[in-house]
Design a protein around this ligand. Structure first.
Ligand SMILES: [Zn+2]
Length: 243
């Protein structure tokens, strides 16, 4: 592990293990408040409930229990229209907030330079990834989801031109206009509208393009698909996987 949790001044923390307490001569599982935090040394005060006791200890930050949800590497997932925005946050650092309900490890991410409280449930800042660490510690994943999975196809009405005119040879007799069946000649072939070999071929094409999915019977039956693409890998993960 290259990075570890550096507790923030004022935070109430516990130590990671029973042994960490006994070795520091602190009553096991007591809560402690951070009085000062440096990279290699943290001064803590013993708490009685949430009250000060005046008893202070010097400990190594290595034995502080990181908050639930703390990670050396974080994954930020974003829809295609939000990916560029997330990438633009990295140079200013990332604030990580945790939903504190037990058993729910969900976290939310914000740019450190614009860190307003986003939602009541994500009240606690559990980590701040400084700008110089985002390259190592942040992975950005683009997530895509199709409720009704389709493959792109050339529009059969306008033959991919995106326009209709009386001279297009399709039997259309109206005035020149944009094709009303497609967008710029690109149409969608929905899996649910295909059968047999055509459906198999369309599913194979989706899989080749990195999509996974399936058939959902509940509600209105549909073929769904999802895809995750790593837009930016966490450099630390690459170093670790390279040994
Ligand atoms: Zn068309």
């Amino acid at each position: 592990m290259k990075y570890r949790y550096i507790p923030a001044v004022g935070q109430a923390i516990r130590l990671a293990t029973f042994e960490a307490y006994t070795a520091s001569f602190i009553h096991p599982w007591s809560w402690l408040r951070i009085l000062s935090a440096q990279e290699h040394l943290v001064r803590v005060e013993l708490l009685d409930g949430d009250q000060s006791t005046g008893q202070t200890f010097l400990i190594s930050p290595e034995i502080v229990q990181p908050p639930i949800g703390w990670r050396e590497i974080y994954e930020i997932r974003a829809a295609p229209d939000k990916v560029q925005q997330v990438l633009s946050w990295l140079q200013g650092g990332i604030v990580v907030r945790q939903w504190q309900y037990m058993g729910d490890p969900s976290v939310t991410f914000q740019p450190a330079d614009n860190c307003e409280q986003p939602h009541w449930k994500f009240c606690e800042i559990t980590d701040i990834v400084p700008p110089e660490q985002t390259d190592d510690r942040i992975r950005v994943i683009q997530t895509e989801y199709m409720y009704d999975a389709f493959i792109p196809a050339v529009c059969s009405y306008c033959r991919g031109t995106g326009k209709r005119s009386a001279s297009d040879g399709t039997g259309y007799a109206g005035p020149d206009m944009a094709c009303w069946r497609c967008k710029n000649g690109q149409a969608a072939l929905y899996i649910s509208g295909l059968r047999g070999k055509e459906r198999k071929a369309a599913i194979a094409q989706l899989q080749a393009d990195g999509w996974t999915g399936g058939y959902e019977r509940r509600g209105r039956a549909h073929w769904w698909a999802e895809r995750e693409t790593v837009i930016k890998e966490a450099k630390l993960a690459m170093e670790e996987s390279n040994g």
